[in-house]
Ligand binder design. Structure first.
Ligand SMILES: [Zn+2]
Length: 287
């Protein structure tokens, strides 16, 4: 099946980037071309996303940020269409938002007895306000460097601080690009997170390269310099390089069900994400 990802008509310009990335591109008249019909299998997502329009027998998808509604996207780190031009969300934020919507993280309830308990690690600014508003007093933001966030945030240093959280505390545990920063065995870490889920609770998370055809490499905490970690793991503060054994391990954890995100290429295109990139992982504890 033909599927094309095109950040069409990339008009690059010099821009001042607050993140110091230097050269930045802006996409105008951007779009995605695909031969695939709209995927209706995930109801809420399909309804949330915008329809396509037909051009010369092909369906053309005009991407729109599902967080803020903006339809202009910027290049980021050399990746066309990565960053929303209005709320500055990245691919993984828009993907997370789509999954949070589908899985009920953002569902509000007027019944306080139905309030959700949510652990949100490294709470991204593009997401935390929405998750917090839907969770009320049950929202727990946490990070090793809480002052980096402009919201009340608990200081945690994993793996030592896993002991702070009892079994079955959370309805949702959310983390994006966090596991690769925790020293030790990822198997121990995901075991701890799964332990912290209530029956029916769900962990929604991402790491770099989880479906890459390699075996996870760990041990960055034992290297003596940031330069060594950069060379081995691709970033100065990364302690692991994940491979497909992460998903295999998640699927082997007893007491719950593992799945990949399940978003189709069209659903990704609608929020400016290339086909099958930015994979998310979900593990839901049995009721
Ligand atoms: Zn946006």
């Amino acid at each position: 099946m033909l599927r094309l990802y095109e950040g069409l008509k990339l008009h690059q310009r010099r821009g001042s980037c607050s993140d110091g990335l230097g050269r930045m591109g802006i996409i105008k008249s951007n779009g995605f071309i695909g031969s695939e019909p709209m995927d209706q299998s995930t109801g809420g997502i399909a309804q949330q996303l915008k329809p396509t329009s037909a051009v010369a027998g092909q369906s053309v998808i005009v991407p729109q940020c599902n967080i803020c509604g903006n339809s202009t996207f910027l290049a980021f780190n050399g990746r066309a269409g990565e960053q929303c031009g209005q709320c500055y969300s990245l691919r993984r934020h828009r993907m997370a938002f789509a999954l949070y919507t589908r899985e009920g993280v953002l569902q509000n309830s007027d019944d306080p007895r139905a309030a959700k308990s949510v652990l949100h690690l490294a709470p991204e600014s593009a997401l935390s306000a929405r998750v917090s508003a839907a969770s009320g007093s049950g929202y727990v933001a946490a990070d090793a460097n809480p002052k980096a966030y402009g919201i009340p945030c608990m200081k945690v240093n994993f793996p030592d601080d896993f002991k702070l959280f009892p079994d079955g505390q959370f309805d949702f545990i959310l983390h994006n690009h966090v596991l690769e920063h925790i020293p030790g065995s990822f198997r121990d870490h995901v075991n701890e997170f799964c332990r912290m889920l209530k029956p029916g609770g769900c962990m929604i998370f991402s790491v770099p390269g989880p479906t890459t055809n390699r075996v996870t490499i760990e041990g960055g905490e034992h290297l003596s310099s940031d330069a060594e970690r950069l060379a081995k793991f691709g970033q100065r503060d990364h302690l692991k390089l994940f491979g497909q054994d992460l998903a295999q391990y998640m699927a082997s954890i007893p007491g719950g069900d593992f799945s990949l995100d399940g978003l189709s290429s069209n659903q990704r295109a609608q929020i400016s994400i290339p086909p099958m990139s930015t994979r998310f992982l979900l593990w839901r504890r049995h009721r």
